[in-house]
Design a protein around this ligand. Structure first.
Ligand code: NAP
Length: 259
């Protein structure tokens, strides 16, 4: 299927590795010009070279921290009028809420709620004026079913989810859609560090924890980042113009609810 995106431009945040990188590759394969963002310049530039070689899409690297105004300014200077925005950032650390202070909460809110809102604020009116826009926010399965040790993530991402639910209804008539993608357990560095934290907190070997989580998933495996990227690209397609304000869970069937 041709997603009708050839010639469009996308900002893909947190895209040097993992899920963001896979979103960039899937959009690049559809002929979208890419502006990819992450903090570590060398890793990012290497990723940009690889993504451009793999997809043929022009790929510009902007080394920036999405949680800072300076970082967001640099992204928008490189691409003031994106057609597509994929909001993503690192996830907050696991832990016990008794040990978190105000600064910990502000960091989580900055990365997983306020940065996406600020970048949407700077780009959405251009999308509305041009009558085309696709925004995908990478959130987490923790929004739908909280993960005990990820309280900072449960809280901050739920704030973004509530905000987006309202905004998406205000932009739909302009062919600007906003959806959230909720990863379950995907095989990335973030997952590895969460598994290590879980192993340490339960005093079990990492391999045992990994196998237990895999076998507890109805699909008996972790997700592949490419599966995530493909869904992101579909949500950005012309075919997906009637899908907005949704929270789409990609978790191999782990969430046990009927709806
Ligand atoms: P990952 O493999 O650790 O990759 C994170 C990417 O984000 C890297 O490119 C990193 O590069 C970049 N990044 C982090 N903080 C940033 C910032 N402030 N500004 C710009 N770039 C930043 O993570 P992932 O597994 O792809 O996860 C992506 C998101 O999905 C995270 O928020 C994670 O919590 C969430 N999630 C993942 C899973 C999973 O199973 N993988 C499940 C639920 C939720 P630099 O470090 O160089 O900046």
């Amino acid at each position: 299927m041709d997603f009708g995106l050839r010639g469009r431009t996308a900002i893909v945040c947190a895209a040097s590795m993992g899920l963001g990188r896979s979103c960039a590759i899937a959009l690049g394969n559809e002929g979208v010009k890419l502006i990819i963002v992450a903090r570590r310049r060398q890793v990012l530039e290497q990723a940009a070279t690889e993504i451009q070689a793999a997809t043929g899409a022009e790929t510009v690297a902007v080394a920036a921290d999405v949680t800072t105004q300076e970082g967001r300014n640099a992204i928008l200077a490189a691409c003031p009028d994106p057609d597509i925005l994929v909001n993503n950032a690192g996830g907050p650390p696991p832990g016990d809420f008794r040990n978190w202070d105000r600064d910990d909460w502000i960091k989580a809110l900055d990365a997983n709620m306020l940065a996406p809102i600020e970048i949407m604020k700077s780009t959405i009116d251009g999308m509305i004026a041009r009558k085309f826009g696709r925004i995908v926010n990478v959130t987490s399965h923790a929004v739908k079913a909280p993960v005990g040790m990820l309280g900072l993530s449960n809280g901050a991402r739920s704030g973004l989810t509530g905000f987006v639910a309202g905004l998406a209804r205000a932009t739909a008539e302009h062919n600007v859609t906003i959806n959230n993608l909720l990863p379950g357990t995907f095989d990335t560095d973030r997952l590895k560090s969460n598994l290590q934290a879980l192993a340490a907190s339960t005093k079990r070997p990492v391999d045992q924890v990994t196998q237990q989580i895999k076998s507890g998933n109805p699909s008996k495996r972790f997700g592949h980042p490419d599966e995530f990227g493909a869904t992101c690209a579909f949500l950005c397609s012309v075919q997906a113009s009637y899908i907005t304000g949704q929270n789409i869970l990609i978790d191999g069937g782990a969430y046990p609810g009927t709806f």
